[in-house]
Design a protein around this ligand. Sequence first.
Ligand code: PRP
Ligand code: MN
Ligand code: MG
Length: 181
Amino acid sequence: LSKVSDQITKVLVTEEQINEKVAELAAELDKKYADKDVLLVGVLKGAVMFMADLSRAMQIPVQMDWMAVSSYGSGTVSSGVVRILKDLDADVLGRHVVIVEDIIDSGLTLSWLVGNLEARGAASVEVVALLRKPAAAKVEVNVGLVGFDIPNEFVVGYGLDYAERYRTLKGVAVLSPAVYS
Ligand code: PRP
Ligand code: MN
Ligand code: MG
């Protein structure tokens, strides 16, 4: 196997930029949800790193729960078919839910998820996403907080994968097309 550094064309967001942004987003959430009962819902598996860092950067007490939904499979193009692979353990009725996502690509996963959690009777449902690709949007998602708007390129790292690889990179990088073509 060739080195990972040979498989990426450029680093789009560095570890330092991520750390700084996570701290800012955490401070925003602390302000918004002071005195509220917050349930952070992380979307497996991509949001694992962001959830871990964001939740620990927050000062207010929060609970964490997880959902696994899939829209990509092992390809690079979102299929639009959202499947629940693992549901929440918590009941969201009457609770303030903050969905924690690594990336909004087509928006199909999140628009579906927001509707799903609202239908369960959450008091509020807000989205915080580290990355967003405005040029790839197929549906409008009402996102509360976004870390970085990025170009419409296939990116990996900090939780984001290609065929389950590259999730543990510390920054977000553009994957070389040679890897998947
Ligand atoms: C990726 C990503 C988001 C979603 C965004 O997850 O982590 O959850 O796709 O795509 P969309 O806006 O077009 O719906 P994926 O389905 O690859 O699962 P994973 O998080 O386990 O990698
Ligand atoms: Mn995901
Ligand atoms: Mg994926």
